[in-house]
Design a protein. Sequence first.
Length: 139
Amino acid sequence: MHPGRLTAVVLSLALATTSADAVADTDPATGLVIAPGWELVRANCGACHSYRLVTAQRGDADFWLSTIRWMQRTQNLWPLAPQQEQSIIDYLSANYAETDWGRRPPLSPLLMPPEPGTQAAAAIGAGTGAGTDAGTDAG
């Protein structure tokens, strides 16, 4: 791995860990922010999928409501009592709110693969035999 990429990975992980710890207490078993309503999210969302699927998403109350409706319509999510549903939406929209960058921060350019057609991409392709007729039967 290129030293610059390794440094970027280490710094990204350190910043992610530091910023998550600084923002709020999280439940070590689920990664959910501990705040009013988190137990409802743990009980209802974690019954079907990973909590990481929840914590990776970002949205306002309308986003979370439409996500719940989509899961009820297409994924067999059970009906939620109106007060429980509102508590879940309030929790999610407060702790996993919309951001300027969307679902997750953009990757560092150092972590991205080279653009196709660039000299770096050609060097990678040359090392793998990509773009050659190596391994084909020429006879």
